[in-house]
Design a protein around this ligand. Structure first.
Ligand code: GMT
Length: 387
């Protein structure tokens, strides 16, 4: 699967958000895969990427973007600092490809940096993950910058068909956009109950429900708590919530108000989610908006059926009735009834768990995603839509 003998290895710069979000995880895992295949990979970010911390793959560099706050400016000029650092990396390491995860600010920084350097210009491959496009939906102030970053990239990919269409509709983009879905590391996320971990949160006759997110308002974490209160009227259930963010205090006080505070376990931004994930009976992701829903795919790879909202790209990840259940966004009673089905029909739940794992292995295979990006990094690329 490595680069062909006649094809020299590539030197790739990856621009990403270093935090725990899905785009950072995907950017890091994809970059590390290229490193394992013999390519040189240079991560450029404001902090060590979350998933890079415990790794030691060969051919990997990390270049920190330093930003200074000056009283004259309202905020640090991070995009300019990133472009300057990237220009230095391009010249020092002869970068062939810049993979920018997000149009703004990373593709903008890539395009600026490409203009700053002498000699051959690296190819700019931009992956849209969702928030930059939806941000524009909410705040038109970024519209032209986002459209410019997309139009000036050599290659643009979106993580779902939904996001591709939304980019065309919201931004009026006419250029070609490829869909390359996210993949999951199926060796890290795999089935296998760990009774000692499960026993920390639920007894044998209780159901164990899991939610993982950054608790932004669009994740609708309070609907997860409402669903717990609903299902608990008939089926004893415990809920583990991993992650942290602005809605966490609201979710905690709602749980108290609904009388289920002792059944909700907030673990915070816990890095080894896979151990807990595989012990859950069901996973919930009921966002208002979701370009893909990486956490749902990680649950599926762990052999855990997903109860999700019909939001955007989640419809491409979860198959209703096969690998989980999809319900209208905000349909708390619908989510609770779907969980009752999983609770009452253990054989069906087991079939769904197997189907979920199989779908993660096949439809979202790391090998296929790697092959798609390798082709987009190397091959001549037509820019026009439909060509
Ligand atoms: O969902 C978030 O708030 C984090 C955000 C990010 O940038 O990390 O996630 C986006 O990218 C992920 C990886 O492609 C997708 O799985 C998420 O669906 C997407 N989030 C949204 O569209 C809200």
């Amino acid at each position: 699967m490595g680069h062909l003998a006649n094809d020299p290895p590539l030197s790739i710069a990856v621009l990403l958000h270093g935090g725990a979000g899905g785009s950072g995880v995907v950017a890091t895992e994809t970059g590390l895969r290229f490193a394992r295949e013999g390519h040189d990979v240079h991560f450029v970010a404001n902090r060590v990427p979350f998933r890079l911390m415990d790794r030691s793959e060969p051919n990997v560099w990390f270049h920190q973007v330093e930003t200074l706050a000056y009283p004259l400016f309202d905020a640090p000029l991070t995009t300019l600092a990133e472009a300057s650092k990237l220009a230095e990396v391009i010249e020092t390491h002869r970068i062939d490809v810049i993979h920018a995860h997000y149009a703004i600010p990373h593709a903008t920084a890539a395009i600026l940096a490409r203009g700053m350097v002498e000699g051959p210009k690296p190819r700019v491959v931009t992956t849209l993950h969702g928030t930059d496009v939806t941000l524009v939906g909410m705040d038109r102030a970024y519209l032209r910058a986002t459209r410019h970053a997309i139009n000036e990239s050599d290659v643009v990919t979106a993580v779902s068909h939904f996001l591709r269409q939304e980019t065309i509709d919201e931004l009026g983009v006419k250029r070609r956009i490829e869909v390359v879905p996210n993949a999951v590391d199926i060796t890290r996320f795999h089935p296998g109950r760990q009774p000692e971990i499960r026993a920390r949160y639920a007894s044998d006759d209780e159901f164990l429900l899991l939610h993982v997110s950054n608790f932004r308002p669009l994740k609708r974490v309070c609907d997860v708590v409402r669903t717990l209160a609903n299902i608990n009227t008939t089926h004893p259930t415990q809920l583990v919530m991993i992650g942290d963010g602005p809605e966490q205090p609201k979710a905690a006080s709602l749980a108290a108000e609904l009388g289920v505070r002792d059944r909700v376990h907030f673990l915070g931004a816990f890095p080894k989610v896979e151990d807990i994930m595989r012990t859950a009976d069901a996973f919930m992701l009921v966002s208002e908006h979701e370009a893909f829903g990486l956490a749902a795919l990680e649950a599926m790879a762990s052999g855990v059926p997903v109860v999700a909202s019909q939001a955007g790209g989640l419809r491409e990840v979860v198959e209703d009735g096969e690998t989980g259940f999809l319900r209208e966004t905000r349909d708390v009673a619908g989510y609770a009834n779907a969980l009752r089905t999983l609770f009452d029909e253990p054989e069906r739940r087991q079939r769904m768990a197997v189907a979920a794992r199989r779908r993660a292995e096949t439809v979202f295979s790391e090998d296929d995603v790697f092959a798609s990006y390798l082709r987009l990094y190397r091959e001549p690329y037509p820019l026009a839509q439909g060509s």
